[in-house]
Design a protein around this ligand. Sequence first.
Ligand SMILES: C[S@@+](CC[C@H](N)C(=O)[O-])C[C@H]1O[C@@H](n2cnc3c(N)ncnc32)[C@H](O)[C@@H]1O
Length: 575
Amino acid sequence: MEESLQQLSIAVAPPTANAESSKLRKRKKKKSKSKLPSSLNALANSTSSLPSQKCVEARFPWKVVIRSGRGRCAIATRDIKAGELIVSEQALAFVLRSSYRTAACHNCCKDFTEASTGIQCQQCNHSFFCEECWQVTQNLHRDCCPVIRKIGDIAAQEDCDGDLLRLALLLGLKRSSLFNESSKESFDSMGEIKGDVLVPSFHDAMGLQTHRNKISASWRSSVRKACERLVDHAASQISDFQNSAEDLEYLAALINANAHGMGAQGVHNTDIAIGIFPFVSMLNHSCRPNCCFSSDRNFMHVRATHDVRNNTELCLSYINLYEARDTRREQLATTKHFDCACTRCTEPLTSSVDRFLEGVVCYVKGCSGVLVKQPQESPAAQPPELWQCDTCSGILDATLSSGQVRPLAERPWNLVYYAQERLSAANLVYKERRFKEARKLLEDFLLEFTGKLHPLHVLLFDALTPLMNCCRVLGDAEGGTKVCRNIINSLEKVLNSPCIELANFYLCLGEMYSERADSVDSSAILAKRYKKQDSSPHANGVILCHEIRVHTVVHPLKHGRCLIHVLGSPVNEFT
Ligand SMILES: C[S@@+](CC[C@H](N)C(=O)[O-])C[C@H]1O[C@@H](n2cnc3c(N)ncnc32)[C@H](O)[C@@H]1O
C-alpha cells in the first residue's frame, strides 16, 4: 500500500448505502429512478463470497475459503510448483500517482517513451493517454474530465490525498454503471476470464475489507469533506452519477485497505500507479510469504515463490519484511488495521530469526549469544528494560554488577538509542545528497556498532543501502559491490528466499558488475573477469529471482542476457 495513502490512513463512517447528499437526492428525483440495488447492498456487507470465484477455480489452482480471524483466504487446490502462476488480473480501476502522471497511459498504464510521450487531455490537463487508448476512451474521459480537473484543488483544500480521491471517483463510476440501464455493463455482469487474465467486475470488490470502524477520526473528517465536495461537483457534471458522499468514503476506505502499487516497467522499486485487484486481494499477508506479485501495465500477476502443498494458504507480503517483529506488527496495525497472525509473527521469539533483528551481542565473556529484549507489560514502559541472552540465559537489567556489563552508555537500551541517533544523522546528510560526507558517516557508524549490535540488526542493515548508493554515485563500483553482497547475505539469512527484496539486490549486483566491466578499458583481463561475474551464477540469480517480479516485463538487461525460467530453484544454488 502506498505511503501517502497510509499517512491518510483511514477512518470511514459505515456506509449508509441509502444516505445520499441532498443535492443528489433532488437530482435523482428529477433524473433517475434507479437506486442502489438491494443485492449490491448485501454484497457490500458480505465477507463470505467472492462473486466471481468460479472463474478463479476454473483457471487457477486455488479457491477462497473463510478462516477465523483472517476472513477470506486463498487456499491451494493442488500442489503448486515454485514459479507457477497463481493469478493474472486486470485492474478493476487504477490511477497514476500524481508525481508520475506523465509516465504512462492513464487507461492501460503502458509506459511512455521519449519517442511516444502520450496525448495530454487539454481539458483536465491531468490525464495522459497513449494514441490507441485516446481513440477509444476520449469520449468516456471527457465525461469525468471536469471532475478530475477539480480534484487537485479539493484535495489540497481538505488536506486529502488526490490520488485516493481520483481512484474513489473511478470506482464510483464503475459502481454507477452497474445499475445504469443505458450502460453496456449490466447489473448482472460478473468477473470473467479473457484469455489468461481475470477481468473483475465491481461486484468482486464489494466484499473487500474496509476496516471502517478502526480508522482515525482526522482521516474520516478530511476524506468526508472532500467526498462531499466531489459528489456535489460530479453530480452537476456527470449524468447518472449514482454515488453519495458516504459511498465514496466507503470506496476510499476500501482502497486504503486493498490497493496495490503498480511498478514502472524497467524501473525496479518504483510504484507509479495504484490499483484495485479484487482477486489478488483475496491473498492475505504473511511475513513469510509463499507468493509475490508483479505488475505489467494494468495487469497484476501473482506467482508462487516456493513449492506449495495442496490445501496450504497462499500469501503475499504487504510490507517491507526486513523489520523487527514489533515494527512490522505496528505498521500493519496502523496502516492496514489488523493484527498480523502469520507464522513468523506468532512463533516464539526465542527461536525466531526475528530476535536477531533487534538483538544486541551478549556482554558475558565467552558467550556468543544475543541479548533479546523481553516483552514488557506496558508497551510504553520506560527503560530500564529487561534483556535476556538466548544462549547463556543471562539476564541484563539495570541492577547487573558492573563486572558483567559494559559502561552505562553501552547497555542495550542506550546502545540502540545512540545507534538510532547516529544513523538518522547520517541519513539526513545522505538525503541532502552530500554523498561523500554521508559515506564517511555511514562507514563510521558501521565500524562503531558492528560487534555490539547483532550482525543482522535492522539498524546495521538499514545503513547498507544508502552506503551502497553512495559508493555507486561516487563511482566506486567495487565498494558498492561489496556492500551489496553484505545486503544479500543478511537478506538470505532473514527472509524466506527467494523473494522480491533479494531479487532487487541481485539485480543491483548484476548491474554493478556490468558497470565495472564497461568502465574497465585499460585491462582486458579485468573486464573479462567482471563480464564473467556479470554472467556468473550470482548474476543468474538476479535474473532467475527477478524474473518473478518482471515476468512479463522485459527488463533492460545488459550484454544480451536472456531471462531463463528456473524459478523453482532456490537462489542459494546459484551463489
Ligand atoms: C487484502 S484483504 C485479504 C482478504 C481478506 N481476508 C478478506 O476477507 O477479504 C486484507 C485483510 O485480510 C486480513 N488479513 C490479511 N492478512 C492477515 C494476517 N496475516 N493476519 C490477520 N489478518 C489478516 C485483514 O483483515 C486485512 O485487512
